[in-house]
Each structure stands twice: as structure tokens, then as C-alpha cells.
Design a protein around this ligand. Structure first.
Ligand SMILES: Nc1ncnc2c1ncn2[C@@H]1O[C@H](COP(=O)(O)OP(=O)(O)O)[C@@H](O)[C@H]1O
Ligand SMILES: [Mg+2]
Length: 347
């Protein structure tokens, strides 16, 4: 659906080339919700703006349904852009136009008849639940309602792809959830492929099927969402997951943490599990089977896309061999284990 090949983008500042994207390769499948997550300045907006050529790539190619948009002339590009709707953090509505006229704008520009425009706008008002606000102006709407107008406008020409640049970053948690719900139903009911960028893990957790982590202009990790959450590989992904699950090693333990341990130190591990392994009384079994003590320091269980996902930070105490056997038992049973360090404490 969307294929990005070896995409690089440099900005020139005082005659110096500053890279914003470096050799990005990415495939978004038809019907998928793909999230790009990264910190501020990582290159997210540049990437999404290259996809619809608001920004010209310095190197590389972008294909939408097999057609290379990076080599198109302006007439072709205008046509290709109709296949792609886009929404923004700050909605970008025309303040002087009411809801109906904002939504109608792309249809007017495309030269549709007044009747056709009215029919289509009515459909879109229904889809985005804005029928009761049709005559209001942006200044009279809440943030969530403004984003609904922007979504309706982006969908006016029935695009195949919707690009979302931090679409919920200015919204309160409740409006965020309702906009994400709307995006999910647009994806599900209309089959529209969604590429969204965000700095919020919660957005990714709520609606994305797959996710790419971007850092300093590079995609450093591409995973499905539950994999990323239970077993992040890169430090950036680990930090994002940690912040989102509110899972920190308790401060008193953190201060004592060492990178190696001896025979009587406790081993601090992060355990993550999902699906099947979640329901098994594994901890109880471990204590019985391997004669170790487990002290749960932090725990968080949540549902991500209908799967139970649990993350725990525990301290295991016991003799070296039993601790090692316990860890390999957990791994054999499909749990992800990361050793965070060792602590030496008075019994
Ligand atoms: N028009 C521009 N001119 C020069 N530098 C830019 C421009 N747009 C973005 N940048 C720089 O490129 C990098 C990536 O920016 P951006 O894509 O906006 O990141 P993000 O959306 O992840 O916050 C940043 O270092 C930013 O300062
Ligand atoms: Mg941005």
C-alpha cells in the first residue's frame, strides 16, 4: 500500500545539510493502522509530509499502491494526493467557514456539483457524528469536534489512505479516546489504511496494529504492538514502554542496583507476558518448584487490543542455579524476561 524505500531528507541551514531522515524503509499494508512513534524532533512530521509530498525527499522513493509518487509531475501528484487525506495536531480548519463549508472545501476545489457536494457532506456529517453542529464555526467547537471536522474533510474525496500527524496531541484524554475510536471505525468499516505518527505510546497501544520507532531520523525498531510492549529491543522503545506502563523500579531498589551480583544478592527482573501465559499461575509454580522467593515490586496488567498484557518487576532470591533455572522456565513458557540488575540487602 505505502512503500518507503531508502528515504532521506536533509534540511539546509546556513549552507549546512542537516539530516532529518536517514535511509528510512517502511511498508504499510493495505487496511492496516501503522503507527510511527518517537520523541519530539525525531523526524516524524518530516516523514509523513514526505509521504504526500508536502515535503520533497532528498533521496529515495515512495510508492502508493505501486505507483511512485516521488517521480510524479504536478498534475499527477494532485490526483495522487486525492487518494490521501491528512489530519493535523492543530486541525487546520478555516475559521471563516462553518462545519459544512469546511468539509465541502475539497469537493468544491475538485469542481463537484452543489447537489453532489451536499449529499457527500451529509454522509460525512453522519459518519463523524457532527450533524447537530453543521452550521457552527470552528471557534464554537471543542477540540474533539474540530478534529472530527478535519477528519470529515480529509475523507471527503474517499481517500484510500489517511495520514495523521499527532492528531490527538492537543486533546484531553476523553476526546483522544473518542477520536481514536472514530479512526478505528474508519479503518474497520471503510477499509482505509491509516499511517499515524505520535509521541504517545497510549495512542499506539489503543489502535495501531504495527509500529515503527523513529529516533534521530532512523527507524530503529519495527514490531507489532504487543511485541513492542512486552519485548522492546532498543533503549528508546524501552523508555517509551516504561513511561506508558508507569513501570519504574522502586527508587530504593534503584539506588542499590548493581550490574553484577554474588551468591546471596537478589536478582531484579522485568517479566512481560501476554495471551495464554497470562492466565497461568506461573509465579506460584516457580516458588514451589525451584525453592526461590519472589518479591513483586511492581505490577501492571492491561488489555491491549483484546489481549491481556502484563508487566511485572520482581526480585528473585535463592541460590544461583535455582534463579537461573527459574528464568529459563519463564522464557520456555513464553514470558519475556529482562534482568535489570542485582541488589544486596540485609535479610
Ligand atoms: N523546515 C525545516 N527546516 C529546517 N529544519 C527542519 C524543518 N522541519 C524540521 N526540521 C528539523 O528536522 C528535524 C525533524 O523534525 P520533525 O520532522 O518536525 O520532527 P518531529 O515531528 O518528530 O518532532 C528536527 O531537528 C527539526 O528541527
Ligand atoms: Mg511533528
Amino acid at each position: 500500500m505505502i512503500s518507503i524505500r531508502n528515504l532521506s531528507k536533509y534540511y539546509e541551514i546556513h549552507h549546512k545539510k542537516i539530516p532529518a531522515l536517514k535511509h528510512v524503509n517502511l511498508d504499510v499494508k493495505p487496511g492496516e493502522i501503522y503507527g510511527i512513534i518517537g520523541r519530539s524532533g525525531a523526524g516524524k512530521s518530516t516523514l509523513i509530509r514526505c509521504v504526500n509530498m508536502l515535503e520533497r525527499p532528498s533521496e529515495g522513493n515512495i510508492y502508493i499502491e505501486g505507483t511512485c509518487v516521488t517521480e510524479m509531475g504536478s498534475a499527477q501528484l494532485r490526483e495522487a494526493r486525492r487518494q490521501m487525506g491528512m489530519i493535523f495536531q492543530h486541525f487546520n480548519l478555516l475559521q471563516s467557514r462553518n462545519v459544512v463549508d469546511n468539509i465541502a472545501l475539497p469537493l468544491e476545489l475538485a469542481g463537484l456539483s452543489t447537489d453532489k457536494i451536499k449529499t457527500r457532506v451529509d454522509e460525512l456529517l453522519g459518519l463523524t457524528e457532527l450533524s447537530n453542529h453543521a452550521k457552527q464555526y470552528p471557534s464554537q467547537l471543542s477540540g474533539g469536534q474540530k478534529q472530527r471536522v478535519a477528519i470529515a474533510r480529509a475523507l471527503a474525496y474517499s481517500p484510500k489512505v489517511l495520514l495523521c500527524d499527532e492528531a490527538t496531541s492537543s486533546l484531553d484524554p476523553q476526546s483522544t479516546m473518542s477520536i481514536l475510536e472514530l479512526l478505528r471505525s474508519i479503518n474497520h468499516e471503510l477499509g482505509i489504511t491509516i499511517l499515524l505518527i505520535t509521541h504517545e505510546m497510549d495512542v499506539v497501544k489503543t489502535i495501531c496494529h504495527r509500529v515503527g520507532v523513529i529516533h534521530q531520523g532512523e527507524i530503529i525498531e519495527q514490531r507489532n504492538v504487543i511485541e513492542l510492549f512486552t519485548d522492546p529491543h532498543t533503549q528508546v522503545a524501552k523508555d517509551l514502554v516504561k513511561a506508558s506502563s508507569r513501570m519504574e523500579i522502586p527508587r530504593v531498589i534503584k539506588e542499590m542496583l548493581q550490574s553484577s551480583g554474588d551468591h546471596d544478592s537478589g536478582t531484579i527482573i522485568r517479566i512481560a507476558y501476554h495471551g495464554e501465559s497470562a492466565s497461568q499461575p506461573i509465579i506460584g509454580y516457580l516458588i514451589q518448584q525451584y525453592r526461590i522467593n519472589i518479591n513483586i515490586l511492581q505490577g501492571n496488567i492491561e488489555t491491549i487490543q483484546d489481549q491481556i498484557v502484563g508487566v511485572m518487576i520482581v526480585e528473585i532470591k535463592g541460590d544461583r542455579t535455582s534463579v537461573e533455572k527459574s528464568i529459563s522456565f519463564l522464557e520456555r513458557n513464553g514470558l519475556h524476561v529482562e534482568i535489570l540488575g542485582y541488589v544486596q540487602r540485609d535479610p
